[in-house]
Unconditional design. Sequence first.
Length: 494
Amino acid sequence: MIKDKQYYLDLFRVTDNQMTGLVAEGIHGGGSYCDLFFENTAYQDMLLRDGIVSSGGFHIDYGVGIRVLKGDRTGYAYSESTDQKSMADAVKAASKIATSSTSVPECPAAPAESILASLRLSTAGGTGHLRPEMQVPDFYPFNGDWRTHEAKLLVPYMEKLQQKVTAGDQRVVKVIVSLSNQVSDILMFNSLGELTFDTRPMGTIAVSVVFSQDGRIENKTVSRSFRTGTEMITDSLIDEIASEAVAGIDERFEAKRPKGGRMPVVMGAGASGILLHEAMGHAFEADFNRKGQSIFSGRIGEKICNDDISIVDDGTLKGNRGAVNFDDEGVPGQKTFMVRNGVLESYLHDRISATHFGVSPTGNGRRESFRYAPIPRMRATYMLSGSADRESLISSVKKGIYVDQFSNGQVQIGEGDFTFFVKSGFLIEDGRLTMPVKDINIIGNGPQALADITAVANDLKVDEGAWTCGKGQSCPVSCGIPTVLIKDLTLGGE
């Protein structure tokens, strides 16, 4: 949701002239760029355990982060107050950090007085500098504001979810339901004169279930998370989560650890896209490539996989957890092809890496909060559908494995090597799914696995779970993939 500009100015108690003065001060000492990131986030969470709401909380995070750039050097400081003195102190600290190193090449900058004058012209009349090309669609409109909705009205939905899960399988011994939400008001301004603002909702509901059978324990967690308001909590959503929570438990208890070795792997549509995110997506983030740390460094324009493969990182999926109207540098949300028809087309850029590579930023500058500087991060990362079908991929495998959920993955960005623990899957024998499997690892190399994808099905699914990516700071993301066949990976089993 994008509200009227005055709403954000009043919320953060700032004016055009104040912001203009701050960014001018930020580059006064020789910095080449300065930006301001104002944030007001209201958080709420509740936990229902054993049929009782056992905990809950509500708090507000408020402040401003100020960044000054000089060459590749970043100076960053933040304040939990937006009074003039606190912001002035923060901008001086950021400027001093950015300009304190003598090893950074000098970046010529216009005198602060001329920048101040040009910014005043751009904001004349109090209209700001929201350029026509920066007007964007609203990817997360919402009706019910989490901040004004009474928490007690949500409790019956949590109770219903617990009851439905308990009734869905007699082996259920414990159910924990969590519901959290937040709404963030964001205002950004920079030394280019760009002013953007945004209100970002997020709702998340999850259920964790413990099952017991003949002295054995199995666990399962199901979640849904969307950038939307209270209208996301419906009876149909509760029914959907409850059904998924008890589905496949027979197979979990029947599953065995198979023999290991190298074999074909069919990755199921949806949640197994986490392997795409971790093993390949991070290697496309431009900071790793700018520093030469990624296996894909210097390979733009190269053929890296099958013609049928296109991989995108998308900030424009309406209501999606990874959607952004603007990223955290004020760049409009967009859909970026990292790989198109097998060719590496683009890295995921923030403003720093885009300047380094001489390209436009892709809207991937993201941060956990105003306390952090933005860095290149994914949004919703997925592979586009191909022309095959799921059944034909499975039937083409003489002996292999089918997997549809992973956990506990580890990736080496530089080498591209990865290992992922398989939560659920099946052996494939003579083209059929047979024995359920568990307690196994999939081991491989991201670029090689990408090159070894021999078929892509037409069933792309973007998972709607509560995915969070950590890279020194946390960001909400989502992932997805159609069913794909990788001809050769290592299976760590018996």
